[in-house]
Ligand binder design. Structure first.
Ligand code: NAD
Length: 498
């Protein structure tokens, strides 16, 4: 695969022939399960065939991971970390190739794909620092008695990831999970297996022992088998809310630790004192980035009072965007059809289409792909398009008179991933940050993703389970603390510790 596309440098270079994907189990590339086609969102062409793991394949993968976890947990943290240093070097060495691969299967632009990998690298860098951060604790708690706290891995842990960030979301999970001493099984979305395989090849090259990092391809059958597997100690899931909820129930009812992140309907509140240029840039980038297929995308703009000039400018900016250059493609034909139906339903409910992306031209040579241009609807808060996650480049705008009304819409939102406010007044910013029921708040930031070492995670139906993904919270997620109380001076104490 070359690093530039001959049609346009911003478009990905697609693989020459469909790749035959395999699972990485116990350090070997293995078949197992029926094969299904993977289509590029850019062209609709089949670019890979991926196996959907059956139960024996899931069992084999978990067994290999379990065997590997024994030596790995006994390997000193500093030694475990050395492999991750090497993995980071390999990702940076091959950044361009990986970005094209990720773009070709996910529909992201190459620039977005590269940024996603770099965000994953940031998590790696956090994981590399654990050796210097996490030094445990020991204290003399009574005369001659010490109490020591040690961090220990859980064993075999699993990450189940969505299609929309083929590199970044898996890297939210495995760098920290393996560094703290677990054997990690990645079950990537069956829509984007190529990037997972490319990362796995580099994990092998970096010297991780067989079974410490595995890739198991599959669909809901593989997920169910992993969530219920007796030898899996913990699971993280990232995907849509209905599946997150079901996986959380499956995993926790079989005694696992689980953190399952779900979907979103992020509110972006715009008040009249907002800086026009900052707001327009933030709004448009937020709802069109990754073609709106990210859980942090602004999907509802709450216009408080008269912000007409900001909305008009955002519409003009959205209309000027060119598919393939400024925005990528929709993941598949099913998602595109779902979006078309949602737009028809919004029209039928009485929403006005201010910017209609349905006729935006596909990039030349990529007419077989799944394309939808930026679309802006003006609607009423009670309409479906103002409440449901559409997961595409569609911004719904609703109008309210007061900030209190804007906050009430947030309270009624079943999701709680992110809320942003565009304002030049500190008091407004502080009010929204304190009052909004979302896990991540942006002030003049359209995509308020916390950077390491801060953790990522929402509330309400955007998250099932305790804690957050990435950062310090992830160390807690993937490990437990063992408390050792020791007495070596053999006096017979008469206190309550005797
Ligand atoms: P999805 O729920 O369809 O799939 C996610 C994973 O679950 C995939 O690995 C898939 O194979 C598996 N899966 C699908 N259906 C299943 C079922 N019935 N039972 C068990 N497993 C199943 O999600 P998607 O379409 O790949 O991703 C988009 C969704 O993910 C959006 O809702 C988006 O908001 C959400 N998302 C959330 C976050 C977050 O951090 N909260 C991040 C990225 C994406």
């Amino acid at each position: 695969m070359s690093s530039t596309n001959p049609v346009h440098p911003d478009l990905p270079t697609l693989p020459d022939a469909p790749a035959e994907i395999r699972h990485l189990i116990g350090g070997e590339w293995r078949a197992g399960g029926v094969l299904v086609d993977v289509h590029s969102p850019y062209s609709g062409e089949v670019i890979a065939r991926v196996p959907l793991a059956d139960e024996p394949t899931v069992d084999a993968c978990v067994a290999a991971a379990k065997a590997a976890s024994v030596d790995w947990r006994g390997t000193p943290l500093k030694e475990r970390t050395q492999r991750l240093f090497r993995f980071r070097e390999l990702l940076l060495r091959d950044l361009d190739t990986l970005a094209h691969l990720c773009s070709s299967e996910s529909g992201k632009t190459v620039v977005e794909a590269r940024a996603g990998i770099m965000k994953g690298v940031e998590v790696i860098e956090f994981a590399l620092s654990i050796q210097n951060l996490d030094d445990g604790a020991v204290l003399e708690v009574s005369r001659g008695v010490s109490c020591e706290v040690r961090r220990e891995p859980l064993g075999v842990v699993v990450g189940i990831t969505p299609f929309n960030f083929p590199a970044m979301v898996p890297m939210w999970l495995f760098p920290i999970a393996v560094t703290v001493g677990n054997a990690f099984v990645l079950k990537p979305s069956e829509k984007v297996p190529l990037t997972a395989v490319a990362m796995a090849e580099r994990m092998v090259e970096a010297g991780f022992p067989p079974g410490v990092f595995s890739v198991l391809h599959g669909d809901k059958a593989a997920v169910r088998a992993l969530a219920r597997h007796a030898d899996v100690a913990a699971l993280a899931f990232i995907g849509s809310t209905p599946v997150a909820r079901a996986v959380y129930v499956d995993a926790t009812s079989s005694g696992k630790r689980a953190l399952c992140l779900g979907g979103a309907k992020n509110h972006l509140i715009v008040v009249p004192d907002a800086d026009r240029d900052v707001a327009v840039d933030g709004i448009v980038r937020s709802f069109t980035g990754c073609a709106g297929q990210r859980c942090m995308a602004a999907s509802l703009m709450v216009a408080v009072g008269d912000v007409r000039s900001i909305l008009d400018a955002a519409c003009e900016r959205a209309k000027s965007m060119v598919l393939g250059r400024d925005m990528g493609a929709i993941i598949d034909a099913t998602a595109l059809e779902r979006l078309h139906k949602a737009l028809q339903a919004a029209r039928a409910e009485g929403a006005a289409i201010r910017v209609d992306g349905r006729n935006a031209p596909a990039p030349k040579g990529f007419e077989g792909g799944y394309w939808l241009g930026p679309t802006i609807l003006e609607a009423k808060p009670e309409m479906d398009c103002a409440k449901t996650e559409l997961f595409g480049p569609v911004l719904t705008v609703v109008h309210v008179e007061t900030l209190e009304e804007a906050m009430a819409l947030g309270d009624a939102n079943v999701y709680g991933n992110a809320t942003s406010v565009f304002t030049t007044r500190g008091a407004v910013a502080r009010f929204v940050a304190a009052r909004a029921q979302a896990g991540m708040i942006g002030v003049n930031v359209g995509v308020p993703v916390p950077r390491e070492p801060f953790s990522f995670g929402g509330t309400k139906a955007s998250r099932f389970g305790m804690g957050d993904i990435t950062g310090r919270a992830a160390i807690e997620l993937w490990s437990e603390q063992k408390k050792i109380t020791t007495k070596w001076s053999m006096q017979s104490d008469m206190n309550w510790m005797s």
